[in-house]
Design a protein around this ligand. Structure first.
Ligand code: ATP
Ligand code: MG
Length: 330
C-alpha cells in the first residue's frame, strides 16, 4: 500500500487546489524556508485523523484555514484528499480518503467520495494499515525529543506511543517487544549511521523503576548515556530509535521532515545507505535541503510561494537516470 496522490485546498498556506503525485519509493519535497513544505505533512496527517491541533502546529482551529492575502481571500473551507493504492499499476483499486472542514467547525469525513462517520472512517484507515501513519512522522523541531527527556519519562512516552498501558501484562509485552524487535532493528540502523559505535538498551522495566535508557559506546571506548551525547550524535541515535519504534506500528508510510540537518558530511553518506534500507519496504515522503537525500528521490517536488505568500507546486519530476544526471550537473 502506498500514498499515490494528495490534493490540498484551503489548508494553511495552500490557497488554491494543489495536487501532488508520489511513487511507492522515496519522494522528496524541496523548497526554500517558509514555502509550505511542512504544511504538506500537516495536511496529510490531518486527513489521517489527527485531532490534536498542537501536533499540526496550531493553537486554534482557525489557523488551519488559509488566512488570506492581497491576491486571495481567506479560505471558507478546507478539503484535503489522499489516494492510496496497493501497487503501482493502473488496474489496482484505489482508496480515497478526504477530510473537509468549514469555518463554523463543521467536519466531514469521506471514504470513496461517500460521507461516513469518524468511527467508520478510522476503521477504513485501519483496514489499510494507515491508521498509525499519523504517528510515523518525524518533525523537524522534534528530532531529538525522545532523548531529551529523562529515562522515566522516556519509558512512558514509548509505552503510550506503542498504544500500551502500564498494566502488568502490557508491561511484559512492552519489554518483550523492545528487547526482541526494537533493539535488533535499532542496532542495525545504528550500524549505518554510526558504524563504529556499540549500542545497548538499558531497560530497567522489570523492576519497579520503569525507566528506559540507552548506553552508547563511541569509538575509543567512550561510554555515554543518551542525554550525554552531542547534538549530532543525539540526532543519529534518535532517528534510529524512532524508526525502529515505527516498525512496531506496521504503517507502510513514513513522513520525515528535515531529519538530517545536524549530521556532518560523512554521516550524509551513511544516511543514504540507511534510508535505502528503510525504503526497501516502506514508502518515504521526505522534506530535505540536502543534495545527498535528493539523489535518492524517485519523485522530486518543488514547492514555491507566490508573491502573496501562498504555496504552489513549481515542479514535479519522476526521477530517472537521465534526469538525475541533468540535475547533478546543474
Ligand atoms: P522550513 O524549510 O523553514 O521548515 P517550510 O517550507 O517547512 O519551511 P512551513 O512551516 O510548511 O514552511 O510553512 C510556513 C509558512 O506557512 C509560513 O510562511 C506561514 O506564514 C504560512 N502559513 C501557516 N499557516 C498559514 C495559514 N493559515 N494561512 C496562510 N499561511 C500560513
Ligand atoms: Mg518545515
Amino acid at each position: 500500500m502506498y500514498l499515490e496522490d494528495v490534493t490540498i485546498q484551503g489548508f494553511k498556506s495552500f490557497s488554491e487546489n494543489t495536487d501532488m503525485s508520489f511513487k511507492s519509493g522515496i519522494s522528496v519535497i524541496i523548497g526554500n524556508n517558509g514555502v509550505g513544505k511542512s504544511n504538506i505533512l500537516d495536511a496529510i496527517v490531518w486527513v489521517l485523523g489527527e485531532n490534536s491541533l498542537e501536533r499540526i502546529r496550531c493553537y486554534d482551529r482557525r489557523e488551519l484555514f488559509f488566512a488570506g492575502s492581497n491576491g486571495h481571500p481567506p479560505a471558507e473551507s478546507i478539503r484535503v484528499e489522499l489516494n492510496f493504492k496497493k501497487e503501482e499499476s493502473d488496474d489496482t483499486p484505489a482508496f480515497q480518503f478526504a477530510r473537509e472542514m468549514t469555518r463554523d467547525g463543521q467536519s466531514r469525513y469521506l471514504f470513496q467520495n461517500e460521507r461516513i462517520d469518524r468511527q467508520a472512517y478510522e476503521e477504513q484507515l485501519k483496514a489499510l494499515r494507515m491508521r498509525q501513519t499519523l504517528k510515523t512522522i518525524i518533525r523537524q523541531e522534534q528530532i531529538n525529543d525522545i532523548l531529551l527527556v529523562n529515562p522515566k519519562e522516556r519509558f512512558h512516552i514509548i509505552q503510550s506511543f506503542l498504544g500500551l498501558t502500564s498494566a502488568p501484562e502490557d508491561k511484559t509485552d512492552f519489554c518483550q517487544s523492545l528487547e526482541e524487535v526494537v533493539a535488533p532493528l535499532f542496532t542495525r540502523y545504528m550500524s549505518y549511521l554510526s558504524p563504529l559505535s556499540e549500542v545497548r538498551f538499558d531497560l530497567n522495566a522489570l523492576n519497579s523503576e520503569n525507566e528506559f535508557d540507552l548506553e552508547i559506546t563511541l569509538p575509543g571506548n567512550r561510554v555515554r548515556r543518551a542525554h550525554q551525547l552531542s547534538g549530532g550524535e543525539k540526532a543519529i541515535t534518535s532517528l534510529a530509535l524512532k524508526l525502529a519504534l515505527f516498525h512496531q506500528l506496521q504503517s507502510p508510510l513514513y513522513l520525515l521532515d528535515e531529519v538530517e540537518p545536524a549530521l556532518d558530511y560523512i554521516n550524509h553518506k551513511s544516511m543514504q545507505a540507511f534510508l535505502k534500507d528503510v525504503a526497501s519496504d516502506k514508502q518515504l515522503i521526505m522534506i530535505t535541503h540536502l543534495r545527498s537525500t535528493i539523489d535518492l528521490a524517485d519523485t522530486l517536488h518543488g514547492v514555491r510561494t507566490r508573491f502573496d505568500g501562498s504555496s504552489f507546486m513549481k515542479f514535479y519530476f519522476v526521477m530517472d537516470e537521465r534526469l538525475l544526471k541533468l540535475y547533478k550537473c546543474c
